[in-house]
Design a protein around this ligand. Structure first.
Ligand code: MTE
Ligand code: MO
Length: 210
C-alpha cells in the first residue's frame, strides 16, 4: 500500500501542476447503455436533509493515525481542489463536464494518515445513506469532497453542504450530504450495495447489479 499510495500521490501532484493529462477510464466517453443529459437529475431516498453550516461536521476516523472531526470552517480552510469530470448514474443518464470544487480525497487522507491496514473506506451521510469503496479507488486523482458545482455552492438537492465525487464509478458510490468517512481493513456494504447493486460499479463494463 505504501508504494502504491506514493505513486498515486505523485500522479495527483503532477495533475495539480498541470503536467498530468486527464486520466480517462476509456476512450468512449459515454459508457455503454448510458445516454447524455444536460439537466442534472436528482436522486435520493426521499429525504433531503438540510444541515446548518454551524452544526455541520465531517468525522474522518477508523484505521488512521490522526482522526479528525472537521467543522465547516476547518473543512473550507483545507487546500481547495477543482476538477472537471463526467458523471454517470446507474439509471442510465450521464452528464459531461461537471465542474467540482472542494477538498481532494488525497488531502483528507494526508490529514488523517491511513494506517497500512486500511484498505476500504465507508461513507455515511446525513440522510442515513451509506456507501463503500476500496481505498485505492478513493485515491484516484479525480476524487473529492465537493462543496461547489459549476461555480456555485452545492444545492441541498445535490448533496450540499458537501458530497463525495468518484467520477469513475456509478454515482451511487459518491455519498451526498457526507457526514462520516471511516477507514477500515475489510469491506462493508453500503445502502445500495446491500440491495442488489454491484459492489464495484464500473460504468464501462455495465457493472450495475450484483
Ligand atoms: N446521501 C445520499 N447520497 C447519495 C444518494 C442518496 O440517496 N443519499 N443517492 C446516490 C445516487 S443513487 C445517485 S445516482 C447520486 C445522485 O446525485 P444527484 O441527485 O446529485 O444527481 O447520488 C448518490 N448519493
Ligand atoms: Mo443512482
Amino acid at each position: 500500500m505504501k508504494d502504491d499510495y506514493i505513486a498515486r500521490k505523485e500522479r495527483w501532484a503532477r495533475k495539480l501542476a498541470g503536467k498530468e493529462p486527464h486520466q480517462v477510464r476509456s476512450n468512449d466517453r459515454l459508457p455503454p447503455g448510458q445516454r447524455q443529459v444536460t439537466n442534472f437529475p436528482v436522486l435520493d431516498l426521499g429525504v433531503q436533509p438540510t444541515v446548518d453550516l454551524a452544526k455541520w461536521e465531517l468525522k474522518i476516523h477508523g484505521l488512521v493515525e490522526n482522526p479528525v472531526t472537521l467543522t465547516w470552517d476547518a473543512f473550507c480552510e483545507l487546500p481547495q481542489f477543482e476538477d472537471t469530470s463526467d458523471f454517470h448514474c446507474v439509471t442510465t443518464w450521464s452528464q459531461f463536464d461537471m465542474h467540482w470544487q472542494g477538498v481532494a480525497f488525497f488531502t483528507l487522507a494526508d490529514l488523517v494518515k491511513p494506517k497500512p491496514e486500511a484498505k476500504h473506506v465507508f461513507f455515511k451521510s446525513y440522510d442515513g445513506y451509506s456507501t463503500n469503496n476500496p481505498l485505492d479507488v478513493c485515491l484516484d486523482d479525480d476524487v473529492l469532497v465537493a462543496h461547489r458545482w459549476n461555480g456555485k455552492p452545492l444545492s441541498v438537492e445535490h448533496g450540499g453542504p458537501a458530497r463525495v465525487i468518484l467520477p469513475k464509478r456509478y454515482a451511487w458510490k459518491g455519498a451526498k450530504w457526507i457526514r462520516e468517512i471511516t477507514f477500515i481493513d475489510r469491506d462493508i456494504l453500503g445502502f445500495w450495495e446491500l440491495r442488489g447493486y454491484s459492489n464495484t460499479a464500473d460504468p464501462w463494463t455495465e457493472d450495475r447489479f450484483s
